[in-house]
Design a protein around this ligand. Structure first.
Ligand SMILES: [Zn+2]
Length: 164
């Protein structure tokens, strides 16, 4: 039995995979020529937020939890928070992906037609409007993030209806 030969073949295969991985150049479709006439702010946000939720859910299933610093061994990530609590910089990743997906649909010949005012749409619009507002604790004045239940500075129970 010539196992050496088998090993050599496997080595060659592994080597080829390694080479391919090193030569991988991401090539997303260029959508810079696509101009969106309609206001897609709500749609962009819903896609961006949902992409983050899907990502976090998958990570959670793999055992990831929140941690102030990214740590692959402890499976901790500072991004394991609701989308609304991500920094604007972090949200930009998801927003760029969302807007490029919308542009890709147009480039592929699809059109965006909104046919009804769904409950989800109304809720989203409300939340997006609130996201621009700055909320502060009524007791200590500490700035608050969306969906917080308690003030992280003084511990006051906030009783804010974030969806209104
Ligand atoms: Zn407070």
């Amino acid at each position: 039995m010539d196992t050496g030969c088998v090993n050599t073949n496997l080595d060659i295969i592994n080597f080829k995979i390694l080479i391919d991985m090193n030569h991988y150049t991401p090539k997303p479709i260029d959508v810079s020529d696509v101009e969106l006439q309609e206001d897609v702010t709500e749609l962009r946000e819903v896609i961006a937020e949902n992409a983050h939720e899907e990502w976090a859910l998958q990570r959670q299933k793999e055992g990831w939890i929140y941690g102030p610093e990214r740590n692959d061994t402890l499976k901790q990530s500072p991004d394991m928070v609701p989308y609304a609590q991500l920094t604007e910089e972090e949200k930009e990743y998801d927003r760029l992906m969302a807007i490029n997906t919308i542009k890709l649909l147009k480039k592929a010949g699809y059109d965006l037609i909104k046919i009804e005012q769904t409950e989800l749409y109304v809720t989203l619009k409300q939340r997006i409007r609130n996201a621009g507002k700055e909320f502060r604790c009524r007791r200590c004045g500490h700035p608050l993030s969306m969906h917080q239940i308690f003030c992280d500075n003084c511990g006051l129970e906030l009783k804010i209806d974030w969806n209104s």
